[in-house]
Design a protein around this ligand. Structure first.
Ligand SMILES: [Cu+2]
Length: 138
């Protein structure tokens, strides 16, 4: 490094972030789907069935940094899926037509999934969990 006096903790953290972004951008630019994507930068897809009063599967596990694609279908009436902590909200129509929602699991933790549309007496207990495990250190 040309500026060792700047090589403090903050600089190191910014450098790591910059390398991470470069890796993401590089992977996107190359777009070679046959290559396995690096850990923590994968697309995780789930098919989720909503019905009175549950999500199936109820627990979704991904790795920090993953892009998550949910394909949601209702088996009966109108439902919704919201993950408030991550700003995710989508209505699932009663027709059974699939709806998709895509988001980045940007931070580790266990986040509540809830139904966002009143769907009957058990609406309040219609819950699930998104478990985002920390990205392994390299
Ligand atoms: Cu519901």
């Amino acid at each position: 490094m040309g500026f060792p006096c700047l090589w403090d903790r903050a600089t190191r953290r910014q450098t790591v972030v910059a390398i991470g972004m470069a890796a993401i951008l590089g992977a996107a630019a190359e777009a070679r789907p046959a290559q396995p994507e690096p850990m923590g930068q994968r697309l995780k897809s789930f098919e989720v069935r909503a019905s009175r009063f549950k999500f199936e599967p109820a627990v979704l596990e991904v790795t920090e940094g993953d892009t998550v694609l949910l394909t949601l279908r209702s088996a009966d009436t109108i439902h919704g899926l919201t993950i408030k902590a991550l700003g995710v909200k989508v209505v699932i129509p009663k027709t059974g037509e699939p709806v998709e929602v895509r988001f980045v699991a940007g931070r580790a933790g266990t986040f509540e999934i809830a139904c966002s549309e009143y769907c009957g007496s058990g609406h309040r207990r219609m819950k699930g969990q998104l478990v985002v495990v920390p990205r392994p250190a390299r």
